[in-house]
Design a protein around this ligand. Structure first.
Ligand code: GRF
Length: 225
């Protein structure tokens, strides 16, 4: 996480499904607003749309079958060692979890400490885990949103990089709320990665300081109108 880079930041993306956040990262790179390149996309699901999106943009797309590891006492770690091998083969510098539906183990977390991000569809620390939008509706909160954070061992618990808030409307269903949040996800994830690429993220305990945030949109994005 140091100053100006000579080469684009090398990203590895882990995704299990639709891959709209992956697409947002691809689009930001192609639009020139994100100085990075996706060097590999890995999925635990053979039919993940994320893999198709990667192939369409000429990005190596790797399906790693978790089944051969299943049933072993250290199955998660064994699987993560296989993932790590792929990430290292492609010289990945920053790992992005983008709808990756597996719990990552210390095998990956330690290898990519403060170099692995996740996006979660709630204003953490509220509503970690599955069905965050449904949880938000059930609590009757008036503001929902999304969070990009560094990955640590506690699920959805790592240092928070950027958040964006959206209103919760009376007529919302989990689906309508999810869509409103998703729009903001697509906005903040590329932004968080760009801040990393610029060497502006400093992790201090459980907090992330953004250098020179006052001077640009990094501040405003935390609370979009
Ligand atoms: C997003 O809502 C993300 O926050 C959560 O899983 C969903 C993935 O969507 N972690 P997509 O696969 O990126 O479209």
């Amino acid at each position: 996480m140091s100053g100006k880079r000579a080469t684009p930041l090398r990203l590895g993306v882990l995704a299990s499904g639709r891959g709209s956040n992956l697409q947002a990262i691809i689009d930001a790179i192609e639009a020139g607003s994100l100085a990075a390149q996706i060097v590999v996309v890995v999925s635990n699901k053979q039919n993940a749309q994320a893999l198709e999106r990667a192939r369409k943009h000429g990005v190596p797309a790797v399906f790693l079958d978790p089944k051969p590891c299943a049933g072993r006492p250290d199955s998660r770690e064994t699987y993560d060692r296989a993932i790590l091998e792929v990430l290292q083969k492609y010289d990945v510098e920053l790992v992005l979890l983008a709808g990756y539906m597996k719990i990552v183990t210390p095998v990956l977390i330690n290898a990519y400490q403060n170099r692995m991000m996740n996006i979660h569809p709630s204003l953490l620390p509220a509503f970690p885990g599955l069905d965050a939008q449904k949880q938000a509706l059930e609590w009757g909160v008036k503001l929902a949103g999304c969070t990009v954070h560094f990955v640590t061992e506690g699920v959805d618990e790592g240092p928070i990089i950027i958040q964006a808030a959206v209103p919760v409307l009376d007529e919302d269903t989990p689906e309508t709320l999810a869509l409103r949040i998703l729009e903001q996800e697509h906005r903040i994830y590329p932004r968080a990665v760009q801040l990393y690429a610029e060497g502006r993220l400093q992790v201090e305990g459980r907090c992330v300081r953004v250098a020179d945030a006052a001077s640009d949109a990094a501040r405003a994005i935390r609370n979009p109108a």
